[in-house]
Design a binder for this molecule. Structure first.
Ligand code: PEP
Ligand code: MG
Length: 828
């Protein structure tokens, strides 16, 4: 690859538009004799034919083939735009513009390097903000894989001050990120130094974490800019966004850690995805990007190659489905069934074939056909769909491997199982790696509802997701403790903490085994008051597993899952078969089917629904069903037919917010029942909107039961988006405001002889289960693996005590106080 002379790099530039950015980078190439000034037009033209956005904030504008003669010498120029510029219609922001003038295919080498850079968020971030051109030169001209050399003799910074860290949990990832952002925004240099001589660049999170700054540590902050120094020390003293009122022993975490190390040093915090506590060494797992060159050839030959690869991938997926089904159950295998459907998607295959017929190579054609679809899914700010993007990339990778003859790495190479750290993991990665090679994993991206997280729970591995890109700086072989329940990875723990974690592990294991052994006992408190513990399931295939875990019925069957992960609406007969299989599997145990709850975070792309500004407040759940009788009526008919043969079938409506909604839905159901000759079906409404709780007295006259959806009731009561990453810790159903609405609901139900269940996440959380039972809830519907634990928690408490606990919970000032109260066994 060419050299990249410093004069071809423009740092800290600004551009008001994409064309301005291209003009500037073309200007660099022309001014230094690499191109004729007219090459600019070739670059602008090329951009109108195809967007040169590469990913991760990098674009590679270059001229059209017919302007190659305007290149005098092959070269590249880099325009760094720390503030970014909007690129393309997809809303991408570009911060590194790499202008290419390549007379032949020398630029492929550069592209190869760039793809490596792309996979490394931390490196992209550095390159987009560095004030050192040598960093860009290294990354783009051959030494990218060499890590940035250890900080050379640190330049002395003129201004210094001493601060004492006030954060109860020490300098963990969140405040370290806030610090890095503050410093980057000011463009000055800042170092933190400890008395022992260790120091860190404030913009490098891992260096900062490695200092192990705990609460009360005094350290020196130095900067080359006095005002920046003042801003940084003020921010540190104010807690860098942490709540300083929380005590170290009771961190303000949404999920109370059962175990906290005595000494918290460096820590990475993310969102809990699967419970468990493990001790081990870390290992980074960055799947190599698959490079695809276009190798044009005979269309017939390439079409045959594509066909063979699709068939091989399909056959391989069948093996995966069988293997995962046998090892982890049908519900996990269903994820790969969905992959098989994505693989067979006609539109994608047709697009790929069209590219082949245009003369492109098979691998290039398939990548082209899938890439746009993946990007489209990723762009939607929606965790469910972002999860599907990962699934589609997984399928794409499988096909490309077959086309290019690439062997996938299997388990990470390490002496024993490791705590795996990765930007993200595909479901295939997670299932392939398996418990033999993994103790648990932490991903920089992803969400707790992703398929990867679901597989982790099925594998019984602790997992933390959305931990941020700083995670990727943790060196391989770092000793660590992963606490999946708290969502934390503690780095370099002390021997005493490792010992204490192992002791805690043993206790947890014993408790789990005891709960499992007693899972088939009826759900009840210590003094025998019955509380039914049911499971939330999505498909008929999940029912057997739920029963095996001790579930006493199904308290929530989310029918929308039958509509997700496919390209068309499931027909009436298909739905009926699914509901029938489920009702039969449950025998005489109750099955509560919830009508379609699409909208909000659950989108179904093929329904062509208009995007809404406030999707959680718009046409969601029952409101959408009123608008779309083509979806609602077939579903009601399918349920009503099954109810004719299975008296255990119950039905409930989601997102009821007014009496009128309920009456309208019931009238539609009544007419459907009449049509198909079905009997009366026990009918309930979900209490998940505050207004429904407030009119529960009126609703109770007409319904048979209520089921509280704490996930939504919490978001609507506290006005906190249930998916919002920064609010996740406060969006806690144990907030007394939410509990008061549940208490109102229970009182109203009891006054009319109705019963109340809870099917939201709070029912499966031990603290939640106890408080809700104390409030008078009669049924807790939880995810299958939680059934034994919830039953065990109920068995350990007397009803009178739980009632008193709930009464006191209602009088607490906030959710944390409720959790503290319950953990203290009501002695507060
Ligand atoms: C809830 O809102 O608590 C609930 C159970 O429904 P969903 O999570 O499917 O919205
Ligand atoms: Mg809900």
């Amino acid at each position: 690859m060419q050299e990249l002379p410093a004069q071809l790099i423009r740092l800290n530039a600004t551009a008001h538009s994409k064309n301005d950015a291209i003009t500037q980078v073309a200007g660099l190439l022309a001014t230094h004799g690499y191109t004729d000034p007219a090459y600019l037009q070739g670059m602008l033209d090329r951009e109108t034919q195809a967007n040169t956005y590469l990913g991760s904030g990098i674009a590679i504008p270059h001229g059209t083939p017919d302007t190659r003669h305007l290149i005098r010498q092959t070269g590249i120029a880099v325009l760094q735009l720390p503030q970014g510029v909007a690129w393309g219609e997809g809303g991408e922001t570009v911060r590194l513009v790499v202008g290419i003038a390549a007379a032949s295919d020398e630029h492929l080498d550069l592209l190869r390097r760039l793809t490596r850079v792309l996979a490394d968020d931390a490196l992209v971030e550095r390159l987009s903000t560095t004030s050192d051109p040598a960093e860009l030169q290294r990354a783009l001209t051959g030494q990218a894989s060499t890590p940035t050399p250890a900080a050379p003799a640190t330049p002395a910074l003129a201004h210094t001050a001493q601060v004492t860290l006030p954060n109860p949990l020490g300098m963990h990832a969140r405040p370290a990120t806030a610090l890095a952002n503050l410093v980057k925004g000011r463009g000055a240099q800042v170092r933190l130094s400890r008395e022992n001589g260790e120091s860190a660049n404030a913009t490098r999170m891992m260096e900062v974490l490695a200092l192990g700054l705990t609460r009360g540590t005094t350290f020196t902050v130095s900067s080359d800019d006095e005002a920046t120094l003042r801003a940084v020390t003020d921010a540190i003293r104010a807690g860098l966004g942490d709540d300083l009122s929380a005590g170290a022993a009771t961190p303000a975490a949404h999920r109370d850690p059962d175990w906290v190390p005595a000494q918290i040093g460096a820590m990475v915090e993310g969102v809990p995805a699967a419970d468990g506590l493990v001790v081990g060494l870390t290992r980074q797992h960055a799947p190599k990007a698959i490079e695809v060159r276009d190798e044009p050839g005979d269309p017939v030959e390439n079409a045959a190659k594509l066909d063979a690869a699709l068939k091989a991938a399909a056959a391989e997926l069948e093996d995966v489905i069988a293997d995962v089904g046998a090892r982890f159950g049908a519900d996990k295998a269903a994820i790969f069934r969905a992959h098989a459907e994505l693989l067979a998607d006609e539109g994608t295959v047709q697009d790929a074939v069209a590219h082949v017929l245009d003369g492109h190579g098979a691998a290039w054609a398939y990548r082209q056909a899938t890439e746009g679809r993946i990007a489209q899914l990723q762009k939607l700010d929606d965790p469910t769909l972002a999860g599907r993007a990962v699934d589609l990339s997984d399928v794409q990778r499988r096909v490309l491997r077959h086309l290019l003859g690439i062997h996938e790495d299997s388990a990470p190479q390490a002496a024993g199982p490791v705590i795996l750290l990765a930007p993200d993991l595909t479901p295939s990665d997670t299932a392939r790696l398996g418990p033999d090679s993994l103790l648990g994993f932490v991903t920089a991206q992803g969400g707790p509802t992703s398929h990867t997280a679901i597989i982790a729970r099925g594998l019984g591995l602790p997992a933390v997701v959305a931990a941020g890109s700083g995670l990727l700086d943790v060196p391989d072989g770092t000793p660590a403790i992963l606490d999946g329940q708290a969502g934390r990875l503690y780095l370099n723990p002390t021997d005493a903490d490792v010992q204490s974690a192992r002791e805690r592990q043993a206790v947890l294991h014993e408790q789990r085994e005891a709960a499992r052994a007693a899972r088939h006992q009826p759900g009840a408190t210590a003094d025998g008051v019955r509380v039914e513990v049911a499971a939330n399931i999505n498909r008929a295939a999940d029912a057997a597993q739920a029963l095996d875990a001790g579930a006493e019925g199904v308290g929530l069957m989310r029918t929308e899952f039958l509509f997700l992960e496919r390209d068309s609406v499931p027909g009436e007969a298909e739905q009926e078969a699914e509901y029938r299989a489920m009702a039969a599997a449950l025998g005489d145990r109750p099955l509560i089917i919830r009508t379609l709850d699409i909208g909000g975070d659950k989108e179904v792309p093929y329904l062509g629904l208009a995007r809404e500004d406030n999707s959680f407040l718009g046409l969601r759940g029952i409101r959408l069903c009123f608008e779309r009788p083509d979806l609602f009526l077939p579903q009601l008919r399918a349920v009503a037919r099954v109810a004719k043969d299975h008296p255990n079938v119950h039905l409930m409506f989601p997102m009821i917010s007014t009496l009128e909604d309920f009456r309208r839905a019931r009238a539609i159901l009544d007419s459907v029942r009449e049509d198909v000759g079905a009997p009366r079906i026990p009918l309930g409404v979900m209490i998940e909107v505050p207004s429904a709780a407030l009119i529960a007295g009126e609703l109770a006259k007409d319904v048979d039961f209520f089921s509280v959806g704490t996930n939504d009731l919490t978001q609507y009561t506290l006005a906190m988006d249930r998916l919002h990453p920064q609010l996740a810790r406060q969006t806690d159903a144990m907030h007394p405001a939410v509990l008061k609405l549940i208490a109102l609901t229970v009182d109203a139900a009891e006054a009319h002889g109705r019963w109340v269940g809870v099917c939201g996440g709070a029912a499966g959380d031990e603290v939640g289960a106890l408080v809700l039972t104390g409030l008078g809830v009669k049924e807790l519907s939880v995810s299958t693996p939680q059934v034994p634990g919830v039953k065990a928690a109920l068995r350990a408490h007397r009803m009178a005590d739980l009632r008193e606990l709930a009464a006191r919970a209602l009088a607490q000032p906030d959710a944390q106080a409720v959790r503290d109260l319950v953990r203290a066994g009501g002695r507060a």
